[in-house]
Write a protein that binds this ligand. Sequence first.
Ligand SMILES: NC(=O)c1ccc[n+]([C@@H]2O[C@H](COP(=O)([O-])OP(=O)(O)OC[C@H]3O[C@@H](n4cnc5c(N)ncnc54)[C@H](OP(=O)(O)O)[C@@H]3O)[C@@H](O)[C@H]2O)c1
Length: 287
Amino acid sequence: MTQRTVVVVGGTGLAGRAVVEEALRRGDRVRAVSRHVPPAARQVVGAEYVAADALAPDAPDLLRAAFDGADTVVDTVNGQTPAAAKVLTAGAASIALAARDAGVGLTVVLSILNVDRGTAVGYYRTKLAQERVHQAGAVPSTVVRAAQFHDFFDTFFGSPTLTGALTRVGTVPYLRGGRFQPIDVTDVARAVVDAAQGPDATVDGDVRDEGEPGRRTISVAGPEEIAAADLARLWADAHGSRRIPVGVPLPGWGPFFASGAAVAPDARYGRVTYADWLARTAEASPA
Ligand SMILES: NC(=O)c1ccc[n+]([C@@H]2O[C@H](COP(=O)([O-])OP(=O)(O)OC[C@H]3O[C@@H](n4cnc5c(N)ncnc54)[C@H](OP(=O)(O)O)[C@@H]3O)[C@@H](O)[C@H]2O)c1
């Protein structure tokens, strides 16, 4: 079998790096594209790194060169602030255009489980727009919608920037009423790399598979549904933290996560549980 070439735009990010590692493990030739090439010590051995800004005025040309010889382009870029989030829309348009011009056979875009049920949240509207840009493009496209990554919860439970005041008063703040089915990025990467094999590739496991080859949406979530309160307790135990889990309302995102939209019993694809992930990553917390 000839070796496939996979280009991962955003390949230096959390999910992108996992996709790079998984594709290399399967024997693909892999190129990671992002604005900054990481120092050698932080590169995945065997991957090629290319610097290109998907928002630069000449982005379609830069990206077309970066996509040279690619069978599949995977879009795992991210931007959280309104200015940075343009990479999800204007950036996606340049990626789709460059993929067409480079003769790429398939784009795969990483999105969010049930994102179409979260349109009250600006970021989710942007993610939906990103999906549509790829699916309206000339190149066949597969969307992989993933549940929240295990890492996502550190932003709330441990982050001094987002929930600083609450963590300082001795709590582990969690979203009151929230229900999740978190997934490990290594499981997300398996699904993305399966999907990257072709428009009608088999994604091996318990997934929701909608649409048709070329305009397909695959949804994946973790192995267990778990209440936000239990996630916070597991987090505090694993970190040896004496802070007390306390449920708080979360403006904007709260209704989505409390409505059951963040779980998918028909897409129990992931193998790694939150407890498994904590056992691997948690470090003792000072408080
Ligand atoms: N976190 C979750 O729980 C979750 C769940 C489901 C889906 N997702 C989706 O997964 C995707 C990846 O998320 P992540 O957390 O892995 O993101 P991340 O760690 O923030 O990585 C973002 C990547 O995009 C690159 N990038 C940003 N702006 C760029 C630009 N203008 N041009 C080229 N590259 C650019 C970054 O590298 P440089 O900064 O060097 O450019 C980096 O490689 C997102 O679209 C997110 O919506 C996340």
